[in-house]
Design a protein around this ligand. Structure first.
Ligand code: GDG
Length: 726
């Protein structure tokens, strides 16, 4: 029975060692643990990760193993050095600041990178102990970016999902990392890569295309023979848990105690883990400014601030803690009164009952990170508001802002906006608060953490089915042997060869792609055999082809099938086509050339081509999409067809295509062996026109009507080389 294995840096358990040295095991309260509970606690499913403790003996390791085994968990053993270099080092001093747009905090160290690779390898080795063909593996977060590809190499058929809980930075930020390509290739071992937001996903796709040179179409990345789906899955909370907890008697009791201590002052709430990405000092400064600007709120409102200790061994975190301590001291010192403390500051974590009581008591929640993958605190606050009263002030830089547009959204760098938002929140009429919260509660209830798990898992299944449908059949040794045997047996062979991207690689200047010695020698040998009828079938105009290969005894089909020249014959036109449209279309292409440095127009007898190979990356693609839709609109009632080729957009007469020309040749020259090779979608017409038994070969790893795929021009030449010596 296939199983699902969750893998994350930490297991959903808190293992604590008492002073006497005995271990206790407490379930984790995190949202991820709850959401994935429905997965890992079932049947043979598992969760693999680190426990957070270093076993002191083999005996202790065994106790941990046995204890966790009962809960479907499997521990991975890491050393203090692993944690220092891979977790605190590479993950939290390199990836975390880069992904949260704090490049000035990055501490580039080769030893961190070495450890990161080693620990990802350790995870892979451990995973191998449990995984079997047919299983599904769901890997979580930035500590394990290399694991998808590592496990893929061992199990090519595995279903692998990856989810990134923190933001994925823009290409400009990500490209600063010296190991950017390795990290991208690591991730692309997955079948499904998930992010919280559309922007994260867009950033990842841009990096995959520009840094790892992968072909990206909409949400799909072509990684070798496999298609990887990239999508956004905004993570929800366990809504019921927070709604129920807010209704419990114990919570209400706690709320009353808090209210008494706060002397019924109004409350602004702030809850975060200690981190520079959370914008805590900026929030404090804004509160200070608020008290200065709106003196009427002094002694009326308190900021209750819970900061949960975290990563206190990392230098930057120590510094941020000191900054917060100083600011709180300064503000309380300046504004505090005998009967009013402006800021109640707690540097610790609290049990759920107290947390829920704080959510209940807060008139305003101030969630203002400088950058946050999602942020669950704001969602929990809304879910805890049983009477629907309360105002959420939320940073635009948190992933959750995309869903919670009924909060007061602010830019956390704009201190004045933050001050105004606090004022507006404290003055907001109750009906408006209820109206806004009702909308947000409805959405959070529906898009809860269980929904998140279901949608991710069903998309992982879906991409596996899509991959099967688009499966590519690489031409392997066995296929080549069959091809050669059929070739040798045949008495008459018809061989169609596309030129650019098939026999030669693309060049910046199309005129520079002339055939080299090697190619000419292959073509000569191929055409020397009297049983071969070779047809060069290309989108190029007549003159370069005539100049380059015109001396060889082969047929030439140019301009996608418009111009035909049989062996030893004269040039003939497939049919009389009108080229008056060029007068109208040429100025349109001109306007794109003048707006796009590096692009140029190629004029053929019956087509026009706009080339953008030398245009700045990204701009060329953008303009080509714009031009294509512009031309498609113009093509509609003019019998024209727009083709998007490799860094070109071409417009030509509709009636002419390689398929029509191929069929003409098939009729005229009967053969018992058919072969065609080509790289772009104009060649699909050639493949489609040939009998099923033909050896049709697509250059590139996209799906095609061809029977086989090869990766590159070199592969085509190697194959033709084998054919001519066979
Ligand atoms: C990552 C991303 C993304 C906090 N203090 C206490 C306490 N908490 C709980 C909250 C909430 C959780 O911790 C914090 O959730 P966040 O979403 O803010 O952040 P992380 O989980 O650290 O980090 C983040 C998330 O992954 C999910 O993908 O949203 O952007 O950085 O649930 O309630 N819980 C208790 N006592 C506390 O004192 N019991």
């Amino acid at each position: 029975m296939p199983k699902t294995i969750i893998v994350s840096n930490r297991l959903p358990v808190r293992v604590e060692r008492s002073e006497k040295g005995t271990l206790s095991f407490l379930p984790s309260e995190g949202g991820l643990a709850t959401g994935l509970g429905s997965v890992y606690q079932q049947g043979d499913n598992l969760w693999l990760g680190w426990t957070g403790v270093f076993p002191k003996s083999d005996e202790e390791s065994q106790t941990i193993y046995k204890e966790l085994e009962k809960e479907n968990m499997r521990p991975i053993v890491l050393t203090p050095k692993d944690i220092k270099l891979y977790y605190e080092g590479f993950s939290n001093e390199i990836l975390w600041p880069n992904f949260h747009y704090f490049p000035q905090y990055i501490n580039y160290k080769e030893s961190y990178w070495d450890a990161y690779q080693n620990v990802n390898r350790k995870f892979c080795n451990e995973l191998e102990k449990y995984v079997e063909d047919g299983d599904t593996v769901w890997i979580h977060d930035y500590q394990l970016l290399l694991l998808p590809q590592m496990i893929r190499e061992k199990y090519p058929e595995l279903s692998i999902g990856y989810f990134n809980h923190i933001p994925f930075p823009s290409y400009e930020m990500f490209r600063m990392l010296p190991w950017r390509k390795e990290l991208l290739n690591g991730l692309l071992g997955a079948d499904l890569v998930g992010f919280h937001t559309y922007d994260d996903m867009r950033h990842f796709l841009s990096s995959a295309s520009r840094l790892a040179a992968k072909s990206v179409k909409e949400q799909h990345v072509q990684n070798g023979e496999r298609i990887v789906l990239v999508d956004s899955f905004p993570m929800g909370i366990d809504y019921q848990k927070y709604e129920n907890s807010a209704a419990e008697n114990e919570t209400i009791l706690q709320e009353n105690l808090f209210r008494m201590s706060l002397q019924n002052k109004r409350v602004i709430l702030s809850i975060d883990r200690l981190d520079y990405s959370k914008g805590i000092p900026q929030r404090l400064k804004a509160f200070e400014k608020f008290l200065k600007k709106h003196a009427e709120f002094r002694n009326k409102v308190s900021l209750v601030m819970l900061v949960v200790p975290s990563r206190d061994k990392v230098e930057k975190y120590k510094l941020i803690k000191e900054e917060i301590d100083l600011l709180v001291g300064r503000i309380n010192g300046e504004f505090g009164m005998m009967d009013w403390t402006p800021i109640h500051y707690f540097y610790r974590s609290m049990p759920l009952t107290k947390l829920s009581a704080l959510y209940r008591i807060a008139d305003v929640a101030l969630v203002t990170p400088m950058r946050d993958g999602m942020n669950l605190v704001c969602k929990e606050y809304i879910a805890s508001k049983l009477d629907k009263k309360g105002v959420l002030i939320l940073s635009e830089m948190a992933g959750s802002a995309k869903e919670l547009s009924d909060a007061i959204l602010i830019n956390p760098n704009d201190v004045n906006q933050l001050v105004d938002a606090m004022y507006r929140a404290l003055k907001m009429p109750e009906e408006e608060q209820i109206h806004r919260n009702e909308i947000m509660q409805k959405s959070l209830k529906r898009y809860n953490v269980h929904h998140w798990v279901d949608v991710f898992m069903s998309n992982l299944k879906k991409i596996k089915t899509t991959q099967k449908a688009l499966e590519i059949k690489s031409l392997d040794e066995n296929d080549t042997q069959h091809l050669l045997a059929d070739y040798q047996k045949a008495e008459q062979r018809l061989i169609f060869l596309d030129y650019d991207g098939t026999l030669t690689s693309f060049k910046d200047d199309p005129a520079a792609a002339f055939p080299d010695e090697e190619l000419l020698s292959i073509l000569k040998k191929l055409t020397d055999d009297s049983r071969n009828h070779v047809v060069m079938i290309t989108g190029r105009g007549r003159s370069p082809m005539e100049e380059w290969v015109g001396h060889l005894p082969m047929s030439l089909i140019c301009e996608h099938g418009l111009w035909l020249r049989a062996i030893g014959g004269e040039w003939k036109k497939l049919k009389d086509v009108d080229d008056n449209w060029k007068k109208e279309i040429h100025p349109v292409l001109d306007s794109y050339v003048s707006r796009t440095p590096g692009s140029f127009i190629e004029v053929k007898d019956y087509s026009l081509v706009w080339h953008f190979r030398k245009v700045e990356v990204g701009l060329g693609e953008l303009r080509s999409r714009e031009l294509t839709s512009h031309l498609k609109y113009m093509a509609r009632d003019r019998h024209l067809q727009v083709l998007e080729g490799d860094m070109v957009v071409e417009i030509k007469n509709f009636e002419v295509n390689k398929g029509v020309a191929t069929r003409k040749w098939l009729k005229k020259y009967p053969a018992d062996f058919h072969f065609a090779v080509g790289d772009d979608w104009t060649d699909e017409d050639t493949f489609g026109a040939l009998p099923e038994s033909a050896y049709t070969i697509k250059v590139g790893v996209q799906s095609s009507r061809a029977r086989f795929n090869v990766e590159s021009v070199d592969d085509v030449r190697a194959l033709l080389g084998e054919i001519v010596v066979s």
